[in-house]
Design a protein around this ligand. Structure first.
Ligand SMILES: [Zn+2]
Length: 234
């Protein structure tokens, strides 16, 4: 195995553990994938993150037979949307899927996130769409996810969770944390009478200023996304 591939596999394992330690994800419901040459490295199905090793990461073929993989364990049950997103979006190097609480609360209510905060522009547009419901692991869910992500780096999945994308894993994880933060903020704004939305012009201006914002692509070996804060009880 190439050194760079091993490093990427180690990073997937580290990010999975970090995702749970920070409270962004629970159990093994989340999954992470990263592009390496002609394959997509992806977390295996149903393995507790503490037991996961770089060798147990599955490698899906990006070309050739759909769903063909290498590895001792089957890829995550959500391998279809990981693979379809990687195929549809050649600029994407990392994909993070979680059932983080506030993103999932909005997804259960089937609410998209509107232009309630300028950070929405980090995802490529004035809103974060909510993909229609389809059974977990299904091709239909994958098609809905690819469509909801068109021109975007994040989406909600109805009655399920969320997906965040990046040019690399650091950026994808950064956006996963940002998406959960936005969802939490929007949820709370709804409780006090609803948000005042930004105008099209304000969003366009923010999007321009946002270009290039986020973790550096290469020089960030250790990712430490901020710990998602829990809502305080009243
Ligand atoms: Zn899921």
């Amino acid at each position: 195995m190439k050194k760079a591939e091993r490093a990427l596999r180690e990073k997937i394992v580290a990010l999975c553990r970090q995702m749970n330690a920070s409270g962004l994800n629970q159990g093994t419901s989340g999954n992470i994938s990263a592009r390496f040459e002609d394959k997509l490295l992806i977390t295996p199905s149903g393995i507790p993150y503490e037991e996961m090793q770089p060798e147990t990461i599955a490698a899906l073929a990006l070309e050739g037979e759909y769903g063909a993989f290498d590895g001792p364990k089957k890829p995550s049950s959500e391998w279809r949307f990981h693979l379809d997103i990687a195929k549809a979006r050649p600029e994407v190097g990392g994909i993070v899927h979680t059932h983080s609480t506030f993103a999932t609360v909005l997804a259960i209510a089937r609410k998209e996130i509107p232009a309630c905060h300028y950070m929405v522009t980090a995802f490529g547009g004035p809103d974060i769409r909510c993909a229609p419901y389809a059974r977990f692991g299904s091709k239909e869910l994958s098609e809905h996810a690819v469509a909801a992500l068109d021109g975007r780096k994040g989406c909600l999945l109805a009655n399920h969770g969320m997906i965040a994308l990046g040019e690399d894993l650091d950026k994808a994880m950064w956006l996963a944390v940002e998406l959960e933060t936005l969802a939490r903020q929007y949820y709370h704004a709804l409780l006090i009478g609803g948000p005042v939305l930004l105008t099209e012009a304000e969003i366009a201006e923010a999007a321009e200023a946002m270009a290039g914002y986020g973790p550096a692509a290469q020089d960030a070996p250790e990712v430490s996304p901020p710990r998602p804060r829990r809502a305080r009880r009243r």
